[in-house]
Ligand binder design. Structure first.
Ligand code: ARG
Length: 467
Protein backbone atom coordinates (compact mmCIF):
# COMPACT_ATOMS: atom_id res chain seq x y z
CA UNK A 1 0.00 0.00 0.00
CA UNK A 2 1.41 3.41 -0.95
CA UNK A 3 1.95 5.99 1.74
CA UNK A 4 0.41 9.48 1.78
CA UNK A 5 2.82 12.23 0.70
CA UNK A 6 2.93 13.77 4.19
CA UNK A 7 4.49 10.53 5.41
CA UNK A 8 7.19 10.37 2.72
CA UNK A 9 8.06 14.05 2.34
CA UNK A 10 6.98 14.01 -1.32
CA UNK A 11 5.03 16.93 -2.77
CA UNK A 12 1.34 16.88 -1.98
CA UNK A 13 0.76 18.43 -5.40
CA UNK A 14 2.61 15.94 -7.56
CA UNK A 15 4.14 13.35 -5.22
CA UNK A 16 1.80 10.43 -5.88
CA UNK A 17 4.45 8.36 -7.64
CA UNK A 18 7.30 9.40 -5.32
CA UNK A 19 8.49 7.40 -2.35
CA UNK A 20 10.76 10.14 -1.02
CA UNK A 21 10.95 13.93 -0.96
CA UNK A 22 13.41 16.30 -2.67
CA UNK A 23 16.78 17.06 -1.12
CA UNK A 24 17.37 20.48 0.39
CA UNK A 25 19.53 21.44 -2.60
CA UNK A 26 16.83 20.26 -4.98
CA UNK A 27 14.32 22.44 -3.18
CA UNK A 28 16.61 25.43 -3.45
CA UNK A 29 17.28 25.06 -7.15
CA UNK A 30 13.70 24.11 -7.96
CA UNK A 31 11.76 26.68 -5.99
CA UNK A 32 10.80 29.93 -7.67
CA UNK A 33 8.51 31.32 -5.00
CA UNK A 34 11.03 33.91 -3.86
CA UNK A 35 10.63 35.74 -7.14
CA UNK A 36 7.45 34.49 -8.78
CA UNK A 37 5.37 35.65 -5.82
CA UNK A 38 5.27 38.87 -7.83
CA UNK A 39 2.78 37.10 -10.11
CA UNK A 40 0.22 36.60 -7.35
CA UNK A 41 -2.36 39.10 -8.62
CA UNK A 42 -2.12 37.75 -12.16
CA UNK A 43 -2.29 34.17 -10.91
CA UNK A 44 -5.45 34.85 -8.93
CA UNK A 45 -6.99 36.75 -11.83
CA UNK A 46 -6.25 33.87 -14.19
CA UNK A 47 -7.66 31.32 -11.75
CA UNK A 48 -10.85 33.30 -11.32
CA UNK A 49 -11.37 33.46 -15.07
CA UNK A 50 -10.64 29.75 -15.39
CA UNK A 51 -13.04 28.93 -12.55
CA UNK A 52 -15.86 31.05 -13.99
CA UNK A 53 -15.40 29.34 -17.35
CA UNK A 54 -15.44 25.86 -15.74
CA UNK A 55 -18.75 26.70 -14.08
CA UNK A 56 -20.22 28.15 -17.26
CA UNK A 57 -19.30 25.09 -19.29
CA UNK A 58 -20.76 22.78 -16.64
CA UNK A 59 -17.38 21.26 -15.78
CA UNK A 60 -17.53 22.63 -12.24
CA UNK A 61 -20.61 22.95 -10.02
CA UNK A 62 -21.76 26.48 -9.18
CA UNK A 63 -21.27 25.71 -5.47
CA UNK A 64 -17.65 24.65 -5.90
CA UNK A 65 -17.11 27.60 -8.23
CA UNK A 66 -18.44 30.03 -5.64
CA UNK A 67 -16.29 28.52 -2.89
CA UNK A 68 -13.19 28.76 -5.10
CA UNK A 69 -13.82 32.39 -6.06
CA UNK A 70 -14.41 33.23 -2.42
CA UNK A 71 -11.23 31.49 -1.33
CA UNK A 72 -9.20 33.21 -4.04
CA UNK A 73 -10.45 36.61 -2.84
CA UNK A 74 -9.43 35.76 0.70
CA UNK A 75 -5.97 34.75 -0.51
CA UNK A 76 -5.65 37.98 -2.48
CA UNK A 77 -6.40 39.95 0.67
CA UNK A 78 -4.01 37.83 2.73
CA UNK A 79 -1.17 38.46 0.29
CA UNK A 80 -1.87 42.19 -0.02
CA UNK A 81 -1.93 42.60 3.75
CA UNK A 82 1.27 40.61 4.23
CA UNK A 83 -0.41 37.82 6.22
CA UNK A 84 0.13 35.11 3.64
CA UNK A 85 2.89 32.63 4.44
CA UNK A 86 4.86 31.69 1.32
CA UNK A 87 6.38 28.21 1.59
CA UNK A 88 9.48 27.14 -0.35
CA UNK A 89 8.46 23.49 -0.24
CA UNK A 90 5.45 24.47 -2.32
CA UNK A 91 7.86 25.61 -5.06
CA UNK A 92 6.04 28.41 -6.78
CA UNK A 93 3.23 30.93 -6.59
CA UNK A 94 0.76 28.62 -8.30
CA UNK A 95 1.11 25.81 -5.77
CA UNK A 96 1.35 28.17 -2.81
CA UNK A 97 -1.99 29.67 -3.74
CA UNK A 98 -3.61 26.32 -4.51
CA UNK A 99 -2.42 24.82 -1.22
CA UNK A 100 -3.79 27.75 0.72
CA UNK A 101 -7.06 27.43 -1.18
CA UNK A 102 -7.29 23.82 -0.01
CA UNK A 103 -6.73 24.95 3.58
CA UNK A 104 -9.50 27.50 3.22
CA UNK A 105 -12.18 25.60 1.30
CA UNK A 106 -11.20 21.93 1.43
CA UNK A 107 -11.65 19.44 -1.41
CA UNK A 108 -13.29 21.83 -3.87
CA UNK A 109 -9.89 23.51 -4.23
CA UNK A 110 -8.61 20.43 -5.99
CA UNK A 111 -11.14 20.93 -8.80
CA UNK A 112 -9.72 24.30 -9.89
CA UNK A 113 -6.84 22.66 -11.72
CA UNK A 114 -9.22 20.72 -14.01
CA UNK A 115 -8.35 21.28 -17.68
CA UNK A 116 -5.33 23.35 -16.72
CA UNK A 117 -1.63 22.82 -16.08
CA UNK A 118 0.98 24.99 -14.47
CA UNK A 119 2.44 25.32 -17.95
CA UNK A 120 -0.46 27.27 -19.41
CA UNK A 121 -1.07 28.87 -16.03
CA UNK A 122 2.40 30.38 -15.74
CA UNK A 123 2.42 31.42 -19.39
CA UNK A 124 -0.86 33.26 -18.80
CA UNK A 125 0.25 34.87 -15.54
CA UNK A 126 3.48 36.04 -17.06
CA UNK A 127 1.80 37.49 -20.14
CA UNK A 128 -0.56 39.42 -17.90
CA UNK A 129 2.39 40.71 -15.86
CA UNK A 130 4.43 41.73 -18.89
CA UNK A 131 1.36 43.40 -20.39
CA UNK A 132 1.05 45.59 -17.29
CA UNK A 133 4.77 46.31 -17.42
CA UNK A 134 4.51 47.33 -21.08
CA UNK A 135 1.62 49.65 -20.33
CA UNK A 136 3.36 51.15 -17.31
CA UNK A 137 6.53 51.77 -19.25
CA UNK A 138 4.68 53.31 -22.15
CA UNK A 139 2.95 55.73 -19.79
CA UNK A 140 6.23 56.62 -18.10
CA UNK A 141 7.87 57.31 -21.46
CA UNK A 142 4.97 59.53 -22.45
CA UNK A 143 5.56 61.59 -19.32
CA UNK A 144 9.26 61.82 -20.13
CA UNK A 145 8.37 63.01 -23.63
CA UNK A 146 6.01 65.64 -22.21
CA UNK A 147 8.81 66.90 -19.97
CA UNK A 148 11.26 67.04 -22.87
CA UNK A 149 8.76 68.85 -25.09
CA UNK A 150 8.15 71.48 -22.39
CA UNK A 151 11.89 72.13 -22.10
CA UNK A 152 12.34 72.12 -25.86
CA UNK A 153 9.60 74.68 -26.31
CA UNK A 154 11.10 76.92 -23.65
CA UNK A 155 14.47 76.80 -25.42
CA UNK A 156 13.38 76.57 -29.04
CA UNK A 157 15.68 79.45 -30.00
CA UNK A 158 18.67 78.84 -27.69
CA UNK A 159 21.64 78.30 -30.00
CA UNK A 160 24.32 75.84 -29.00
CA UNK A 161 27.02 73.95 -30.82
CA UNK A 162 25.82 70.81 -32.51
CA UNK A 163 28.38 68.02 -32.58
CA UNK A 164 29.54 65.17 -34.72
CA UNK A 165 32.39 63.02 -33.40
CA UNK A 166 31.85 65.21 -30.28
CA UNK A 167 33.61 67.92 -32.29
CA UNK A 168 31.79 71.22 -32.77
CA UNK A 169 30.00 70.92 -36.09
CA UNK A 170 27.19 73.41 -36.76
CA UNK A 171 25.03 75.58 -34.54
CA UNK A 172 21.75 73.96 -33.51
CA UNK A 173 19.12 74.94 -30.98
CA UNK A 174 18.78 73.35 -27.58
CA UNK A 175 15.10 72.67 -28.23
CA UNK A 176 15.99 70.81 -31.39
CA UNK A 177 18.46 68.64 -29.50
CA UNK A 178 15.85 67.68 -26.90
CA UNK A 179 13.25 66.94 -29.56
CA UNK A 180 15.63 64.38 -31.04
CA UNK A 181 15.13 62.38 -27.83
CA UNK A 182 11.38 62.85 -28.07
CA UNK A 183 11.56 61.01 -31.39
CA UNK A 184 13.68 58.25 -29.87
CA UNK A 185 11.32 57.69 -26.95
CA UNK A 186 8.41 57.85 -29.38
CA UNK A 187 9.89 54.92 -31.29
CA UNK A 188 10.41 53.09 -28.00
CA UNK A 189 6.73 53.52 -27.25
CA UNK A 190 5.89 52.27 -30.71
CA UNK A 191 7.94 49.13 -30.11
CA UNK A 192 6.14 48.52 -26.82
CA UNK A 193 2.71 48.96 -28.40
CA UNK A 194 3.71 46.72 -31.24
CA UNK A 195 4.95 44.03 -28.84
CA UNK A 196 1.67 44.29 -26.94
CA UNK A 197 -0.33 43.37 -30.04
CA UNK A 198 1.55 40.09 -30.42
CA UNK A 199 1.60 39.44 -26.67
CA UNK A 200 -2.13 39.71 -26.32
CA UNK A 201 -3.12 36.10 -26.96
CA UNK A 202 -4.21 33.82 -24.15
CA UNK A 203 -2.37 30.55 -23.46
CA UNK A 204 -4.88 29.39 -20.82
CA UNK A 205 -6.51 26.10 -21.75
CA UNK A 206 -3.51 24.83 -23.69
CA UNK A 207 -3.08 22.76 -20.52
CA UNK A 208 0.23 20.89 -20.24
CA UNK A 209 0.96 21.00 -23.98
CA UNK A 210 -1.73 19.17 -25.93
CA UNK A 211 -4.96 20.89 -25.03
CA UNK A 212 -7.61 19.11 -22.97
CA UNK A 213 -10.44 16.63 -23.33
CA UNK A 214 -12.77 18.81 -21.26
CA UNK A 215 -15.25 21.00 -23.16
CA UNK A 216 -13.62 24.27 -22.10
CA UNK A 217 -14.26 27.67 -23.67
CA UNK A 218 -10.91 29.28 -24.33
CA UNK A 219 -12.50 32.27 -26.01
CA UNK A 220 -14.33 33.08 -22.82
CA UNK A 221 -11.24 33.03 -20.59
CA UNK A 222 -9.29 35.00 -23.19
CA UNK A 223 -11.97 37.66 -23.25
CA UNK A 224 -12.29 37.87 -19.47
CA UNK A 225 -8.55 38.38 -19.12
CA UNK A 226 -8.48 41.15 -21.71
CA UNK A 227 -6.73 39.10 -24.39
CA UNK A 228 -7.68 39.55 -28.03
CA UNK A 229 -7.99 35.82 -28.66
CA UNK A 230 -6.77 32.44 -27.38
CA UNK A 231 -3.32 31.36 -28.64
CA UNK A 232 -3.93 29.17 -31.67
CA UNK A 233 -1.54 26.29 -30.98
CA UNK A 234 -1.36 24.58 -27.60
CA UNK A 235 2.32 23.63 -27.98
CA UNK A 236 3.28 27.17 -28.91
CA UNK A 237 1.09 28.59 -26.17
CA UNK A 238 3.12 26.95 -23.40
CA UNK A 239 6.53 27.23 -25.12
CA UNK A 240 6.48 30.81 -26.26
CA UNK A 241 8.33 33.53 -24.43
CA UNK A 242 8.61 35.92 -27.39
CA UNK A 243 6.46 38.41 -25.51
CA UNK A 244 9.08 38.61 -22.75
CA UNK A 245 11.93 38.82 -25.25
CA UNK A 246 10.18 41.58 -27.17
CA UNK A 247 9.63 43.53 -23.97
CA UNK A 248 13.30 43.13 -23.10
CA UNK A 249 14.42 44.03 -26.61
CA UNK A 250 12.30 47.17 -26.65
CA UNK A 251 13.49 47.87 -23.11
CA UNK A 252 17.13 47.40 -24.05
CA UNK A 253 16.86 49.85 -26.95
CA UNK A 254 15.11 52.31 -24.66
CA UNK A 255 17.82 51.87 -22.03
CA UNK A 256 20.39 52.69 -24.70
CA UNK A 257 18.49 55.90 -25.50
CA UNK A 258 18.34 56.80 -21.83
CA UNK A 259 22.05 56.16 -21.46
CA UNK A 260 22.85 58.46 -24.37
CA UNK A 261 20.84 61.31 -22.87
CA UNK A 262 22.39 60.57 -19.47
CA UNK A 263 25.84 60.76 -21.00
CA UNK A 264 25.04 64.13 -22.57
CA UNK A 265 23.91 65.40 -19.17
CA UNK A 266 27.18 64.21 -17.67
CA UNK A 267 29.14 66.04 -20.37
CA UNK A 268 26.99 69.16 -20.33
CA UNK A 269 27.27 69.64 -16.57
CA UNK A 270 31.09 69.62 -16.51
CA UNK A 271 32.93 72.85 -15.72
CA UNK A 272 34.33 72.70 -19.25
CA UNK A 273 30.87 72.74 -20.85
CA UNK A 274 28.50 74.35 -18.29
CA UNK A 275 25.61 73.99 -20.76
CA UNK A 276 23.11 72.94 -18.12
CA UNK A 277 22.86 72.52 -14.37
CA UNK A 278 21.10 69.67 -12.61
CA UNK A 279 19.05 70.35 -9.49
CA UNK A 280 20.11 69.54 -5.95
CA UNK A 281 17.46 66.84 -6.02
CA UNK A 282 19.35 64.85 -8.63
CA UNK A 283 22.99 65.44 -7.72
CA UNK A 284 25.32 64.67 -4.84
CA UNK A 285 28.27 66.41 -3.24
CA UNK A 286 31.74 65.11 -2.56
CA UNK A 287 32.87 64.37 0.97
CA UNK A 288 36.29 65.87 0.26
CA UNK A 289 35.87 68.43 -2.55
CA UNK A 290 33.43 71.12 -1.44
CA UNK A 291 32.95 72.56 -4.93
CA UNK A 292 31.66 69.33 -6.42
CA UNK A 293 28.18 68.61 -7.70
CA UNK A 294 28.19 65.13 -9.11
CA UNK A 295 25.61 63.97 -11.67
CA UNK A 296 25.14 60.59 -9.96
CA UNK A 297 21.60 60.01 -11.19
CA UNK A 298 22.69 60.55 -14.79
CA UNK A 299 25.70 58.29 -14.32
CA UNK A 300 23.52 55.57 -12.83
CA UNK A 301 20.97 55.80 -15.62
CA UNK A 302 23.91 55.47 -18.01
CA UNK A 303 25.15 52.41 -16.11
CA UNK A 304 21.83 50.67 -15.71
CA UNK A 305 21.49 50.10 -19.44
CA UNK A 306 23.89 47.25 -18.75
CA UNK A 307 21.35 45.43 -16.62
CA UNK A 308 18.60 45.69 -19.18
CA UNK A 309 20.83 44.59 -22.04
CA UNK A 310 22.07 41.79 -19.78
CA UNK A 311 18.49 40.70 -19.08
CA UNK A 312 17.73 40.47 -22.79
CA UNK A 313 20.86 38.40 -23.33
CA UNK A 314 20.08 36.17 -20.37
CA UNK A 315 16.63 35.26 -21.62
CA UNK A 316 17.73 34.84 -25.24
CA UNK A 317 20.31 32.33 -24.05
CA UNK A 318 17.79 30.53 -21.82
CA UNK A 319 15.40 30.11 -24.74
CA UNK A 320 17.96 29.21 -27.36
CA UNK A 321 17.74 25.57 -28.40
CA UNK A 322 14.88 24.63 -26.06
CA UNK A 323 12.79 21.84 -27.56
CA UNK A 324 8.99 22.15 -27.49
CA UNK A 325 7.07 22.31 -25.30
CA UNK A 326 7.63 23.51 -21.73
CA UNK A 327 11.05 23.01 -20.12
CA UNK A 328 11.93 23.98 -16.59
CA UNK A 329 14.59 26.26 -18.02
CA UNK A 330 11.71 28.62 -18.67
CA UNK A 331 11.23 29.20 -14.97
CA UNK A 332 14.36 31.33 -15.30
CA UNK A 333 12.49 33.74 -17.57
CA UNK A 334 11.08 35.82 -14.76
CA UNK A 335 13.99 37.36 -12.90
CA UNK A 336 15.52 39.05 -15.97
CA UNK A 337 12.14 40.51 -16.86
CA UNK A 338 11.44 41.73 -13.32
CA UNK A 339 14.91 43.20 -13.05
CA UNK A 340 14.65 44.96 -16.41
CA UNK A 341 11.17 46.31 -15.67
CA UNK A 342 12.26 47.66 -12.28
CA UNK A 343 15.42 49.16 -13.73
CA UNK A 344 13.59 50.83 -16.59
CA UNK A 345 10.92 52.24 -14.31
CA UNK A 346 13.54 53.77 -12.04
CA UNK A 347 15.70 55.04 -14.89
CA UNK A 348 12.81 56.70 -16.71
CA UNK A 349 11.60 58.31 -13.48
CA UNK A 350 15.08 59.62 -12.71
CA UNK A 351 15.50 60.97 -16.22
CA UNK A 352 12.10 62.66 -16.12
CA UNK A 353 13.02 64.32 -12.82
CA UNK A 354 16.41 65.46 -14.09
CA UNK A 355 14.95 66.99 -17.25
CA UNK A 356 12.08 68.66 -15.40
CA UNK A 357 14.50 70.35 -12.99
CA UNK A 358 17.16 71.13 -15.57
CA UNK A 359 18.31 74.74 -15.82
CA UNK A 360 19.73 75.72 -19.16
CA UNK A 361 22.67 78.11 -19.35
CA UNK A 362 21.61 79.87 -22.54
CA UNK A 363 24.46 82.41 -22.36
CA UNK A 364 27.07 79.71 -22.18
CA UNK A 365 25.34 77.78 -24.96
CA UNK A 366 25.42 80.87 -27.16
CA UNK A 367 29.03 81.70 -26.27
CA UNK A 368 30.23 78.27 -27.24
CA UNK A 369 27.97 77.92 -30.28
CA UNK A 370 30.58 79.48 -32.55
CA UNK A 371 33.65 77.83 -31.07
CA UNK A 372 35.26 75.40 -33.48
CA UNK A 373 34.24 77.49 -36.52
CA UNK A 374 30.75 76.02 -36.55
CA UNK A 375 29.52 78.46 -39.21
CA UNK A 376 32.12 77.37 -41.76
CA UNK A 377 29.46 75.46 -43.70
CA UNK A 378 27.45 78.67 -43.87
CA UNK A 379 30.32 80.41 -45.70
CA UNK A 380 30.55 77.54 -48.15
CA UNK A 381 26.77 77.59 -48.67
CA UNK A 382 26.90 81.36 -49.16
CA UNK A 383 29.61 80.99 -51.85
CA UNK A 384 27.39 78.48 -53.63
CA UNK A 385 24.20 80.48 -53.28
CA UNK A 386 25.46 84.02 -53.94
CA UNK A 387 28.65 83.63 -55.95
CA UNK A 388 27.61 80.52 -57.90
CA UNK A 389 30.71 78.58 -56.79
CA UNK A 390 30.40 74.75 -57.03
CA UNK A 391 30.08 73.28 -53.52
CA UNK A 392 33.32 71.28 -53.64
CA UNK A 393 35.28 74.44 -54.53
CA UNK A 394 33.40 76.44 -51.92
CA UNK A 395 34.32 73.81 -49.34
CA UNK A 396 38.00 74.19 -50.24
CA UNK A 397 37.89 78.01 -50.12
CA UNK A 398 36.19 77.89 -46.74
CA UNK A 399 38.81 75.49 -45.48
CA UNK A 400 41.45 78.10 -46.23
CA UNK A 401 39.40 80.74 -44.41
CA UNK A 402 39.19 78.49 -41.36
CA UNK A 403 42.94 77.99 -41.42
CA UNK A 404 43.39 81.75 -41.55
CA UNK A 405 41.16 82.26 -38.52
CA UNK A 406 43.02 79.49 -36.73
CA UNK A 407 46.37 81.17 -37.50
CA UNK A 408 45.07 84.54 -36.30
CA UNK A 409 43.50 82.96 -33.23
CA UNK A 410 40.12 84.54 -33.94
CA UNK A 411 36.58 83.44 -34.85
CA UNK A 412 35.26 83.47 -38.42
CA UNK A 413 33.21 86.58 -37.62
CA UNK A 414 36.32 88.41 -36.45
CA UNK A 415 38.19 88.08 -39.78
CA UNK A 416 38.35 91.28 -41.84
CA UNK A 417 36.75 91.58 -45.27
CA UNK A 418 40.25 92.16 -46.71
CA UNK A 419 41.41 88.87 -45.19
CA UNK A 420 38.44 87.05 -46.68
CA UNK A 421 38.85 88.63 -50.10
CA UNK A 422 42.53 87.71 -50.09
CA UNK A 423 41.38 84.09 -49.99
CA UNK A 424 38.71 84.58 -52.66
CA UNK A 425 37.87 87.93 -54.30
CA UNK A 426 34.25 86.91 -54.93
CA UNK A 427 33.51 87.32 -51.23
CA UNK A 428 31.63 90.51 -50.29
CA UNK A 429 30.64 92.10 -46.96
CA UNK A 430 27.30 90.35 -47.30
CA UNK A 431 28.95 87.13 -46.09
CA UNK A 432 29.05 88.51 -42.53
CA UNK A 433 25.29 88.06 -42.48
CA UNK A 434 25.71 84.29 -42.34
CA UNK A 435 28.68 84.09 -40.00
CA UNK A 436 26.73 84.51 -36.77
CA UNK A 437 25.52 81.38 -35.00
CA UNK A 438 21.96 82.65 -34.63
CA UNK A 439 21.70 83.47 -38.32
CA UNK A 440 23.17 80.07 -39.08
CA UNK A 441 20.61 78.22 -36.98
CA UNK A 442 17.77 80.40 -38.25
CA UNK A 443 18.68 79.54 -41.84
CA UNK A 444 18.18 75.79 -41.29
CA UNK A 445 14.52 75.84 -42.22
CA UNK A 446 14.40 72.61 -44.21
CA UNK A 447 11.87 70.05 -42.93
CA UNK A 448 13.17 68.65 -39.64
CA UNK A 449 15.84 71.37 -39.46
CA UNK A 450 17.02 73.29 -36.42
CA UNK A 451 15.68 76.81 -37.14
CA UNK A 452 13.87 78.17 -34.05
CA UNK A 453 10.66 78.58 -36.04
CA UNK A 454 10.86 74.93 -37.07
CA UNK A 455 11.55 73.83 -33.52
CA UNK A 456 8.58 75.73 -32.12
CA UNK A 457 6.37 74.10 -34.76
CA UNK A 458 7.99 70.69 -34.21
CA UNK A 459 7.33 70.89 -30.47
CA UNK A 460 3.70 71.63 -31.14
CA UNK A 461 3.51 68.78 -33.62
CA UNK A 462 5.21 66.43 -31.13
CA UNK A 463 2.53 67.27 -28.59
CA UNK A 464 -0.08 66.26 -31.13
CA UNK A 465 1.71 63.10 -32.14
CA UNK A 466 2.81 61.80 -28.76
CA UNK A 467 0.78 63.27 -25.90
N1 ARG B 1 7.31 27.57 -11.61
C1 ARG B 1 7.18 27.09 -12.93
C2 ARG B 1 7.71 28.14 -13.92
O1 ARG B 1 7.83 29.24 -13.55
C3 ARG B 1 5.76 26.82 -13.24
C4 ARG B 1 5.55 25.83 -14.31
C5 ARG B 1 5.98 24.50 -13.83
N2 ARG B 1 5.62 23.49 -14.76
C6 ARG B 1 6.10 22.24 -14.66
N3 ARG B 1 5.72 21.41 -15.56
N4 ARG B 1 6.93 21.89 -13.72
O2 ARG B 1 8.00 27.87 -15.05
Amino acid sequence: MSKAPEQTGASAMWGGRFAGGPSAVMQRINASIDFDKRLYAQDIRGSKAHCAMLVETGILSPEDGAAILDGLETIHREIESGQFVFRTELEDIHMNIEARLAELIGDAAGRLHTARSRNDQVATDFRLWVRDALDGMEGALKELQATLIDKAEAHADAVMPGFTHLQAAQPVTFGHHLLAYVEMFGRDRGRLRDARLRLNECPLGAAALAGTSFPIDRHRTARELGFDRPAANSLDAVSDRDFALEFLAAGAICAVHLSRLAEELVIWTTAQFRFVALSDAFTTGSSIMPQKRNPDAAELVRAKAGRVIGALNALLVVMKGLPLAYSKDMQDDKEPVFEAADTLELSIAAMTGMIRDLSVNTLQLKDSAGAGFTTATDIADWLVRVAGVPFRQAHHITGRIVRLAEDQGCTLEELSLADLQAVDPRITAEVFGVLGTEASAASRTSFGGTAPANVAAAAKAARQRFL
